[in-house]
Design a protein around this ligand. Structure first.
Ligand SMILES: [Zn+2]
Length: 491
């Protein structure tokens, strides 16, 4: 792509469903997966005369995000009606924000593959309501009927409009991943893209390299996984490039990603903002937020992913790779930290969490919050390896699985199963003598200069001790016994 004469310009628009218990303008539950239309009332069904009342919890969550991305919070923001017709929008308009959003001018710093950092601007954050859901499949008569479920109608959303400052599909994925992690750290959105609680639209255009003007963009709607985001943007960039090279025009339009065909296809020509006839919502007063509320929320903010990552590098001396992986979820980071503190061996703790713990989560298909082992037990296991009480092999293959199954203290398991590592030099030296004497052929090879057979003797030692011998001591005594035999034949 480096010889390419075009530059890719990408902007993301993210919709995050907030984890409030109730909807944005009524008291209906937001619980996902309930029976269709069981969580509705005159307000969220848009019946005439029903009046909206703003959910304060949603406002607090919006402020949290605004603070986390360094956005300016407007002390007075305005709700607006965005008018359009769609069967899942019975009011005929969506309540959103337009002229004055709740927050503006934020930013997010992502780290590129080469370790370079890049800041992507966030233009605005709007507080708005979600629409209902049209169900086009899953019913016996879905062929000729569409069903409507209004449980989602009125669920609070944050609409985050990113600046068009992303220059590759990979950067877009990085941005989206970090954004999701922040929402999860703040505990304001579960980030579940499959269930649609986090959704992403992307617009993309090309322009000649070095140009400061934007080309004509297309928008790709509903990219509900990181993989689709990456693939759809890569496809769209290539499609536009080919058209431009042939001298064909780019149409400003909304497109959808077809996962089966692995291509985007046109959905409709893009509306302009004026098509929506935005006007201030007459049923809601301006949203007023005072400094005190902002300060109170500021005090409750958790340490954010980038700060945590940098602290892990500083405080625990972890490589960037480890720090980034461990802070990719708040639960994982907290777990790691508890293990590291329990054993005082931060790098070993990181190795265990990144390999064994993540492997276990994957195998059991569970989240870190459901991981059964107490961090202090895992910390203890790591200490026991460090103190040579057990070998790393025994720790991984015997003690760790037994701990997972029983949640017993590692020391108990080691005692019950007699797994203590043998580090006694005299004992192992005697054993090495026996084993060398019992294997004259490999010994002969050693004496003829084939030093690789040391590995064979070490293997025999481990076998004889059922893997409990300390490998360093074994190597030492085996070499000693063999060298002694060599000297005897020479003299
Ligand atoms: Zn309702």
């Amino acid at each position: 792509m480096s010889q390419d004469k075009y530059e890719v310009v990408i902007g993301l628009e993210i919709h995050a469903q907030l984890l409030t218990r109730t909807k944005l303008f009524c008291g209906c539950s937001t619980q996902y997966g309930e029976a269709p239309n069981s969580q509705t009332c005159p307000v969220c069904l848009g019946l005439p005369g029903a009046l909206p009342v703003l959910n304060e919890e949603a406002v607090r969550m919006a402020i949290k995000l605004a603070l986390a991305v360094g956005a300016r919070i407007n002390h007075r923001s305005i709700f607006a009606r965005k008018n359009y017709f769609y069967p899942d929008l019975p009011k005929g308009y969506q309540i959103t924000q337009y002229h004055v959003p709740i927050a503006e001018h934020g930013r997010l710093e992502i780290e590129l593959e080469n370790g370079q950092k890049k800041t992507i601007g966030i233009e605005r954050i709007n507080l708005e309501e979600d629409a209902g859901k049209s169900l086009h499949e899953g019913f016996p008569d879905s062929e000729d009927k569409t069903y409507l479920d209004f449980n989602r109608s009125g669920v609070p959303l944050l609409e985050i409009v990113g600046q068009p400052e992303i220059t590759s599909p990979e950067e877009a994925v990085q941005f989206m991943q970090l954004f999701r992690t922040i929402l999860q750290y703040l505990e304001i959105c579960d980030g579940n893209m499959e269930e649609g609680s986090l959704r992403c639209d992307a617009n993309l255009s090309l322009r000649p390299k070095g140009s400061s003007e934007f080309g004509i963009k297309t928008e790709i709607k509903n990219l509900n996984s990181f993989r689709f985001l990456q693939k759809a943007l890569a496809y769209e960039a290539q499609r536009q490039r080919e058209r431009l090279e042939k001298g064909l025009p780019i149409l400003q339009e909304t497109r959808l990603w077809d996962e089966r065909k692995e291509q985007t296809f046109p959905m409709r020509t893009k509306e302009e903002a004026h098509d929506y006839r935005y006007f201030p919502e007459p049923d809601l007063p301006p949203l007023v937020i005072d400094e005190k509320m902002i300060r109170n929320i500021q005090e409750t903010l958790p340490e954010l992913p980038n700060d945590k990552k940098n602290r892990f590098i500083q405080e625990y001396g972890l490589p960037t790779y480890d720090a980034r992986l461990l802070t990719s979820s708040r639960g994982l980071a907290d777990y790691y930290e508890a293990v590291a503190r329990a054993c005082g061996l931060p790098k070993q703790a990181s190795n265990w969490v990144m390999r064994e713990v993540l492997q276990t989560l994957k195998e059991k298909n569970i989240d870190i919050k459901d991981y059964p082992l107490e961090p202090k037990y895992l910390g203890e296991l790591i200490s026991l390896v460090e103190k040579n009480v057990i070998s790393i092999r025994v720790a991984k293959e015997e003690v760790y699985p037994a701990m997972l199954a029983s949640n017993k203290h590692p020391q108990t398991i080691i005692e019950e199963r007699g797994l203590t590592q043998i580090s006694d030099e005299n004992q192992l030296f005697n054993l090495a003598q026996e084993i060398v004497a019992a294997n004259p052929k490999p010994l002969q090879q050693y004496l003829q200069g084939k030093t690789q057979v040391v590995g064979f003797f070490i293997g025999q030692m481990m076998k004889a001790t059922q893997g409990k011998a300390n490998p360093q001591v074994v190597r030492k005594v085996v070499t000693e016994v063999l060298e002694k035999a060599k000297k005897q034949t020479e003299s």
